[in-house]
Design a protein around this ligand. Structure first.
Ligand code: NAD
Length: 388
């Protein structure tokens, strides 16, 4: 199957413009869902994974979207991530739950964990979940959004055990990962405010997007083998053997921690909370004989707004502050000052209409993933068209 000149290309949901492939989000969701179902996930989990990956693309976070499909399949094949898992609660008090994700898909065990956390917060006002051994949790903003749906403000601190791709401030060598931080507050009747970012200058997936010919990286995104800052993603991956997915652990350089010494320190604290306090384990340690098994650890705090305010004071104060923030005079004349999460909402509105833009390389990769699980051109086309 090749992306050009096949039956697949005849689908009205797939269009080419400006050197990119544009795929309608519902079609992409069906297609990626069909791939995961064919790979062995039950229909519900396949749909959930596809919905969340597509949702990341819709919000502009292509790094955590459908481009992950092939890598997730490779992980499934290698038993690095397991379909059909349910979290195990290892220790529990009224407000705390330490849960083991059993290497289940993050889209599944993440959802189960957040639901447990918001239920505890509903009963006790505040709750903490410590999730260990989770498969890739994707876009962490998803979890703050889910908590906000239950009127919870939340904070999420995540590490990536076994992933050494980020160099600390002042270092050349890798010591940790892109460890995301996320905080959110609900707004009744309006979208929540969510801030969600990797504690590296860019998320690893953004380097992968650039490697595939997508959006270029900032000049300080990586350090090369000599410790110089560069926008070139190749020092992260090194040479990729034919037919393999680029491996961010294989290159001689590293991603740079964001925000100089301050961001680098926040990255360190993702290991303390997401790695050490959860019991999941930090990225690595001196004396390790092998690479630690890959997983996400996520430390989350949920605060039920109703336990703090008995009326709508919080909602009014948040709205008033949003207006005050946005009324700041923009630096570029005619520019707009955004609150956290606003950019994602703007991108989502646009992409819902225009489709998800993908580089040829990423689209080709997803088609390869479909072929890998045995889908024919006809089946791909049917999935895109919603005829399955
Ligand atoms: P980013 O650099 O695009 O920053 C995103 C945040 O900045 C959002 O809160 C956004 O609303 C805000 N923002 C963006 N532009 C803005 C502007 N002009 N004004 C005001 N606010 C603005 O994100 P990133 O660091 O590339 O992270 C991308 C995604 O990767 C996140 O969803 C993160 O959770 C995810 N991630 C996941 C893992 C994992 O292991 N699961 C690891 C790393 C990153």
């Amino acid at each position: 199957m090749s992306s050009r000149g096949t039956e697949t290309e005849a689908s009205p949901a797939v269009r080419r413009a400006d050197g990119q492939v544009h795929v309608d989000a519902p079609a992409m969701e069906r297609f990626v869902g069909a791939i995961f179902e064919r790979a062995g996930c039950d229909a519900e989990e396949a749909r959930r994974i596809a919905w969340r990956l597509t949702g990341a693309n819709l919000r502009g976070h292509d790094s955590h979207g459908v481009l992950r499909t092939r890598r997730y399949l490779e992980w499934m094949e290698a038993d690095k991530v397991r379909p059909g898992q349910r979290i195990t609660v290892e220790r529990e008090t009224e407000a705390i739950a330490i849960v083991d994700g059993g290497y289940g898909f993050g889209q599944t065990v993440g959802e189960q964990t957040v639901d447990l956390g918001v239920e505890k917060a509903r009963r006790h006002g505040v709750a903490v979940t410590a999730l260990k051994n989770a498969g890739h949790l994707g876009r962490i903003g998803d979890w703050a959004e889910r908590a906000a749906e239950a009127n919870c403000a939340s904070i999420h601190m995540v590490n990536v055990r076994g992933s050494l791709i980020v160099a600390p401030f002042g270092a050349i060598e890798r010591r940790g990962s892109t460890s995301p931080f996320c905080a959110g507050v609900p707004r009744p009747g309006e979208p929540p405010i969510i801030h969600d970012f990797a504690t590296s200058v860019v998320a690893e997936g953004k380097a992968m997007v650039a490697l595939h010919g997508g959006k270029p990286l900032p000049a300080d995104a990586l350090v090369d083998a000599d410790g110089s800052y560069t926008s070139d993603p190749r020092p992260l991956y090194g040479e990729t053997p034919e037919g393999r997915t680029p491996d961010p652990h294989a290159g001689p350089g590293a991603l740079a921690a964001f925000g100089l010494h301050k961001g680098s320190g926040l990255n360190f604290f993702m290991e303390m909370f997401g790695g050490a306090l959860t019991g999941s384990g930090t990225a690595a340690a001196l004396g390790d004989t092998g690479k630690r098994r890959f997983c996400n650890g996520m430390f989350s705090i949920y605060m039920q707004v109703g336990a703090f305010h008995s009326d709508d004071w919080f909602a009014r104060e948040v709205s008033a502050y949003v207006d005050y923030w946005k009324a700041a005079r923009p630096a570029p004349p005619g520019g707009e000052v955004l609150v956290p999460g606003e950019k994602e909402r703007m991108t989502m509105a646009e992409r819902t209409k225009s489709g998800l833009p993908l580089s040829e390389g990423v689209w080709e990769d997803i088609l390869k993933a479909a072929r890998k699980v045995g889908m024919s051109d006809r089946e791909v086309k049917a999935a895109l068209a919603g005829q399955v």
